[in-house]
Write a protein that binds this ligand. Structure first.
Ligand code: ASP
Length: 730
């Protein structure tokens, strides 16, 4: 207990240096409250996070588990990024209704489109439960798990719609119970054309200056008691107890900004060999694999509208991290991250020895364990790349494992019917967006690369067929597999599912046992579980335990540094200023862009920089109305010194009063290494200016009904607001 108080004090006291690095746990904001206020924040910690009164956190949701969104009206209207809603927009798109290309705007509640599986999760409370758990975590895992279950059961007693998890922070140096409420009827309300929402495409992704209107809108629906419910046509728009005010007052260089959301993962404490792994092993392999598949997908998407729609979401899933990893490697090499880490380890050892800590050995021990784990880690990363981002057929095929191999168990549990119905839906959805020719090409290139990079004894057994029978000839092996497999045939799979529903399993069990694609899927998964995961987990467990002590000692040995817990997909606040940067010698980045830049970048017919004619006409009029900035221009994007990462996509950018001024969606190219090493001089997040968003909604999409729902702030006063009636317009 005493040690924890010391550590918390260290966090608070280390703020003699003003820094924008850090993703702050909202319950601990008091430690940085005065620093935030010295940056210009007019709110108290309690205004931002409170369990006793309404606070900003009540308007922030974890969107689909991977992004952030915010409530911007009392009728549950959500704002998030275009790229966060991309797969939903894509799944509603077809050649007839090309919402990706043309945008989509529901004219009334009745036209808002449901999205299976999409969730919006509010944080009810975050409770520090460290004292009950910290001593058990490494010493007695069984008691630790039991205690966690007890704490959760105790907290959830009598609460019907809440859920809870306990998460470790800072390598188990603290634990928080996070109580959530999840809504699962979340409908698509509006999305601009990709020429706005994805303007600049892969060329501009992770790059400044930027002119992307990366936003889309959704709405939470609830049952007649305003509580979470599965989709039902007559669910009602959620009556939100708290929503963000939207400021039209704009943002100027130097203004306080904060970003509130769910950053996914940072790894600030990696040691030198671990950074070496990222730079020299993982990234080169992943980049080679993704480059190869993007080459195939991009070319195919350019050749046909059908393929463009089918592969849009898959392509951006692959290309987003691809481009980020290029920048990350560049940044880590430029900053000499490995040497910096080595220096830090040396200083740690020196100080620890002076203080007589046994733990002086820790860096060497962690580095040795990490080195031992590199091959397993690479096999794990290779598995993820090949199986989840590579050819689709093997993982799709192995998805049928349950209804075939666990048939009896599912039947006994009464789950068979539901599972078969789910597989029927999955079958249909898969073939809607599948192109076999593309898949086969991806199979070839990724398999070649996988075999080159992954240690032979860690590869799936199925690949021994490739070596023994096909003499390593991937093409011949793939031709055989795709030709013989039933998984290329939607109808055949439907027949199989119908048969299974009738209880006719024998024939199919036999068939699948011989199906080469099914076997490759099985072999990848079981190979990973049998050959890679056990050693990986064991070594990783040892590393985690040592990291726990290393990080704790670090805070004691270097008390003047700023400490914050790595992002772990939990709610965090980060703050800084609207500011540009000087990322390299001779280059100065201004902190904002304007609509002039959209027209400058416009290239008719280009995949990334084309614009619809009506948007060109609208922007050329330069009639920005209430959305114009003080300089008379329409500001499009701006940068800030807020420390963000993936998962912060869709997070609100807020001003000193907590009003919405923008929407976070990216980082500059020179910031992409900030998950591992943050450099306050060059790291900047990128946000869309809320005035550009509203301009598009109002003047381009003519969706004034959405603006009418919002609480707009102009000057100091709240203007007259029209709140749209809550009835369903049918
Ligand atoms: N553009 C990012 C993402 O894809 C956001 C970031 O990492 O800053 O999640």
């Amino acid at each position: 207990m005493y040690r924890r108080i010391v550590l918390l004090l260290l966090i608070a006291l280390s703020f003699n240096v003003r820094a924008t690095e850090g993703m702050w746990i909202p319950t601990l904001l008091e430690a940085v409250e005065s620093d935030m206020q010295s940056f210009g924040c007019e709110l108290s910690a309690e205004d931002i996070y409170s369990v006793n009164k309404s606070s900003l956190k009540d308007a922030i949701v974890h969107f689909g588990g991977g992004c952030t969104a915010e409530v911007i009206s009392s009728q549950g209207l959500l704002l998030t990024n275009h790229h966060c809603g991309y797969s939903q927009i894509q799944s509603h798109s077809s050649l007839e209704n090309d919402y990706l290309k043309n945008g989509f705007w529901a004219k009334n509640f009745g036209e808002e489109l449901p999205n299976k599986g999409l969730t919006a999760t509010f944080i009810v409370e975050m409770m520090d439960v460290s004292d009950a758990l910290i001593d058990l975590a490494f010493s007695n895992p069984e008691a630790f798990e039991k205690k966690k279950a007890e704490l959760i059961a105790e907290r959830l007693k009598g609460s019907a719609f809440e859920e809870a998890v306990i998460r470790p922070f800072n390598y188990g140096n603290s634990y928080f119970m996070i109580i959530t409420k999840t809504f699962s009827d979340v409908r698509l309300v509006g999305a601009p054309p990709s020429a706005v929402g994805k303007f600049g495409g892969d060329t501009d992704n992770w790059v400044w200056p930027r002119h992307t209107g990366d936003f889309s809108m959704f709405r939470i629906y609830a049952n007649d008691k305003n509580e979470p419910a599965e989709y039902k046509e007559n669910n009602q728009p959620y009556e939100a107890p708290r929503h963000l005010e939207v400021s039209l007052n704009g943002v100027k260089e130097g203004d306080f900004t904060m970003v509130f959301g769910f950053p996914g993962r940072t790894e600030q404490h990696l040691l030198s060999t671990q950074v070496e792994y990222v730079v020299e092993r993982a990234n080169p392999m992943r980049l080679a694999m993704r480059e190869a598949s993007l080459d195939i997908i991009d070319r195919a998407m350019r050749s046909s509208d059908k393929i463009r729609i089918q592969y849009a979401a898959k392509q951006s899933g692959i290309s987003n991290a691809y481009k980020k990893w290029i920048g990350q490697n560049k940044g880590l090499i430029e900053l000499k991250a490995i040497d910096q880490k080595k220096e830090l380890e040396k200083s740690y050892v020196k100080l620890a020895e002076v203080k007589g800590l046994e733990a002086a050995e820790l860096p060497a021990q962690i580095n040795a364990l990490a080195l031992k784990n590199h091959d397993y880690q690479l096999a794990r990363d290779g598995f993820i790349e090949w199986y989840y981002y590579g050819p689709e057929l093997p993982s799709f095929a192995w998805g049928f494992n349950d209804v075939i191999n666990n048939y009896e168990v599912l039947k006994e549990k009464g789950e068979l019917e539901g599972r078969i119905a789910a597989m029927k839906a999955a079958n249909k959805a898969f073939f809607k967006d599948y192109n076999q020719e593309i898949d086969e090409k991806i199979f070839d290139v990724l398999t070649e690369l996988y075999v080159q990079h992954i240690r032979k004894d860690l590869q799936p057994n199925a690949f021994s067929v490739l070596q023994d029978k096909f003499k390593g000839e991937v093409k011949a092996y793939r031709q055989m597999a795709y030709k013989k497999s039933i998984f290329t045939n939607e109808k055949e799979l439907d027949n199989m599912l119908n048969d299974l529903a009738q209880g006719n399993t024998k024939k199919w069990k036999k068939k699948l046992a011989k199906d080469p694609i099914f076997k490759i899927g099985e072999s990848f998964v079981s190979g990973y579980y049998a050959k890679v995961r056990p050693t990986y987990n064991e070594l990783n467990g040892e590393i985690e335990e040592k990291m726990h002590h290393y990080v704790k000692n670090m805070m004691l040995l270097f008390p003047n540094k700023t400490y914050w817990s790595d992002a772990n997909s939990t709610l965090r606040l980060t703050y800084g200023k609207a500011e540009g940067s000087t990322p390299r010698d001779g280059i100065v980045y201004k902190s904002f862009t304007t609509a002039d830049g959209i027209i400058e970048k416009y290239i008719p017919g280009d995949a990334d920089f084309d614009l619809p004619a009506d948007l060109v006409a609208l922007l050329s009029k330069e009639d920005y109305g209430i959305y114009a900035a003080e300089d008379g221009e329409l500001h499009v994007c701006f940068t800030g010194s807020n420390h963000t990462t993936g998962g912060n996509s869709g997070s609100p950018a807020l001003n000193s009063k907590g009003q919405l001024i923008g929407l976070n969606f990216d980082r500059t190219w020179e910031s992409t290494m900030s998950d591992i090493l943050f450099d306050p001089v060059r790291c900047r997040n990128i946000m869309v200016d809320i005035r550009y968003i509203l301009f598009i909604v109002d003047k381009y999409a003519n969706a004034q009904r959405l603006i009418d729902e919002m609480t707009l702030v102009v000057g100091e006063e709240l203007p007259e607001m029209e709140i749209a009636p809550l009835e369903m317009a049918k």
